[in-house]
Design a binder for this molecule. Structure first.
Ligand SMILES: N[C@@H](CCC(=O)N[C@@H](CS)C(=O)NCC(=O)O)C(=O)O
Length: 220
């Protein structure tokens, strides 16, 4: 059976978790606390970079959330989460990469504030401005479609949608982006989003552990 090593509040591991649910697959979830368990030899043997998510499919192991999504899509093509038409495919890839390369670094101070690690008003203002550039671009890319590049759910929705609906909780309301706002509501109606949505309790429980983990990284 497929096994997913994950942590419930991680954006990175929420992506394959949602994909597994959307594809209706049987899988086993293995929760990592990330309190040092990621450095245990058995886990480092699976992922020498000590990161979740990791997917194990019998004797095949995949690290990196986007690689896991591609593996699941290729091995279990129904329901399809990757459009074939060239513009739709480009939109999906743009949204995946911009979420990871632009949005997540931009919003890092907002996350750090939520986790009670930092609270620098100037950094928070900069974070909101930088995040707004991505959100405005996504609003335009979404247009009047239900999902990114498609009327059906795509990998772009999974990658961006693992994070964007949580922005209001981090102090960045989405009201000025009507398309994105409606898209978030659409995602939140899906059982896969409801199952994987971090609860306030999960976030509280993780705060003390993430303090140790994130305090090691330099604030941006
Ligand atoms: N690029 C990786 C990022 C994975 C990542 O950074 N995972 C974090 C949790 S969100 C982690 O495992 N941190 C533990 C550590 O670095 O020791 C992916 O998309 O899978």
């Amino acid at each position: 059976m497929l096994k997913l090593y994950h942590q419930p509040i991680s954006f990175n591991s929420r992506r394959p978790w949602i994909a597994l649910l959307e594809k209706g697959l049987d899988f086993e979830l293995i929760e990592m606390k990330l309190d040092g368990d990621q450095f245990q030899p058995e886990f480092v043997a699976l992922n020498p970079f000590h990161h979740i998510p990791v997917l194990v499919d019998d004797d095949f192991r995949v690290v990196e959330s986007l690689a896991i999504l591609d593996y699941l899509e290729a091995k279990y093509p129904t329901p399809a989460l990757l459009p074939k038409e060239e513009k739709a495919l480009a939109i999906v890839r743009m949204v995946e990469m911009l979420t990871i390369n632009e949005l997540l670094p931009a919003m890092n101070p907002l996350l750090r504030q939520m986790m009670e690690l930092d609270n620098d008003p100037q950094k928070l203002e900069e974070a909101k401005l930088k995040s707004a550039t991505v959100l405005a671009f996504f609003e335009q890319l979404l247009g009047d479609r239900s999902y990114f590049g498609s009327e059906q759910l795509t990998l772009a929705d999974i990658v961006a949608g693992s994070t964007i609906p949580l922005l209001p909780q981090m102090g960045l309301p989405l009201d000025v982006y009507p398309q994105l706002n409606a898209w978030c509501d659409r995602l939140m109606q899906r059982p896969s989003w409801q199952t994987t949505q971090p609860t306030p309790e999960t976030i509280e429980a993780f705060k003390s552990r993430i303090k140790v983990l994130m305090a090691k990284s330099q604030p941006q």
